[in-house]
Design a protein around this ligand. Structure first.
Ligand code: F6P
Length: 355
């Protein structure tokens, strides 16, 4: 067996743990591994398929990022190239990719990625590439698995940052708005917001009413609490509104924290500041939980290759690592369940969810 490993989409702490476990598990079976650099793109470039052996994966479990590099602009079915005049062209290079996969003598592909990358992997499966998926994203929004690696680390980073914002908010008697990642799912905002005692948490799953947010701040003011912390997911939307985009062409989210801060200052008269945690949440050393999940996912992916269970994705279904059909996982993306005990806990603590 000659297995290719690729990491695609936004990076997440724990990717290197997956790579290490997959490589060592493959070698343990007497198989060979190669890494595709920069998502799937490495199969379409020169010298970008690299051998992966014990020395390449030594001492990487605790490292953030991915030793293979990644991109979220590398869809072979819609390959984008910039023309000399700065405009972009798009073409389907998937057949070329399949041909390159064959010419490298590869037998299976372990694709580590989020919704986008796993969707591409499924389409490549349709073109004859035997694929096993590994779900990754700090947003925790992939279906079929209780958790993706990277999420726990991102929540720890966001919690730490919100903790730090507390003291300056209190000293200056200000409202501080912290924008965290979470495109479609508010898991980071909800978990970090709760753990760091935010007063208001706004998530994509619950469209917010800015008047309710301001009510909460005024109530605190009346109770002698002259500062407030608002945590907002980048994908949060006002009731009847749309998501805030900083780059509509590439659908890059951003700006909702600023907008919320501006409205709060205008409507309550309280001095308000906002900050965006952004890619900080994607970096750093993975937590113990994410390292272990990454290692378990990587080894389990190789076991699926051994069983010829292609078209499946490894998934955490405690206490087991299960195999879930990619199609099924992609059809049911994960969102914060509104009837979850975490939401009930937030409400019981008096945290405003903006509704
Ligand atoms: O999906 C993970 C994520 O971090 C999202 O929360 C965010 O919208 C996106 O990636 C940002 O990606 P980038 O800035 O790398 O294009």
């Amino acid at each position: 067996m000659r297995i290719a490993i690729s990491t695609g989409g936004g990076d997440a702490p724990g990717l290197n743990a997956v790579i290490r476990a997959a490589v060592l598990a493959a070698i343990h079976r007497g198989w060979e591994c190669v890494g595709i650099r920069r998502g799937f793109g490495g199969l379409l470039g020169d010298g970008e398929v690299v051998p992966l052996g014990p020395s390449e994966v030594r001492g990487i479990t605790h490292l953030g990022g991915t030793i293979l590099g990644t991109t979220n602009r590398g869809d072979p079915f819609r390959w984008r190239a910039q023309r000399p005049d700065g405009t972009w062209s798009e073409r389907d290079r998937s057949d070329e990719l399949v041909a390159a996969f064959r010419s490298h003598g590869l037998d299976a592909l372990i694709a580590i990625g989020g919704e986008g990358t796993l969707g591409i992997a499924l389409r490549l499966m349709g073109k004859g590439i035997p694929v096993v998926g590994v779900p990754k994203t700090i947003d925790n929004d992939v279906g079929g698995t209780v958790a993706t690696f990277g999420f726990d680390t991102a929540v720890a980073t966001a919690t730490d940052a919100i903790d730090k914002v507390h003291s300056t908010a209190e000293s200056h008697e200000r409202v501080m708005v912290v924008e965290v990642m979470g495109r479609h799912a508010g898991f980071i905002a909800l978990n970090a917001g709760l753990a760091a005692s935010a007063d208001v948490i706004l998530i994509p799953e619950i469209p917010f009413d800015i008047a309710k947010v301001c009510d909460k701040i005024r109530q605190r003011e009346a109770a002698g609490r002259h500062f407030s912390i608002v945590v907002v997911a980048e994908g949060a939307v006002p009731k009847g509104g749309t998501v805030s985009l900083i780059d509509p062409e590439h659908e890059r989210l951003g700006g909702i924290g600023d907008k919320v801060a501006h409205s709060i200052q205008e409507m309550t008269g309280k001095e308000t500041r906002s900050l965006v945690l952004g890619h900080l949440q994607r970096g750093g050393s993975p937590t113990t939980f994410d390292r272990l999940l990454g290692l378990r996912f990587g080894a389990a992916a190789v076991r699926l290759v051994g069983e010829h269970k292609f078209g499946y994705m490894v998934a955490l279904q405690p206490p087991q690592i299960a195999a879930v059909p990619l199609e099924q996982a992609l059809a049911t993306p994960r969102r914060v369940p509104l009837d979850s005990d975490t939401i009930a806990t937030a409400r019981d603590l008096g945290t405003s969810l903006g509704d």
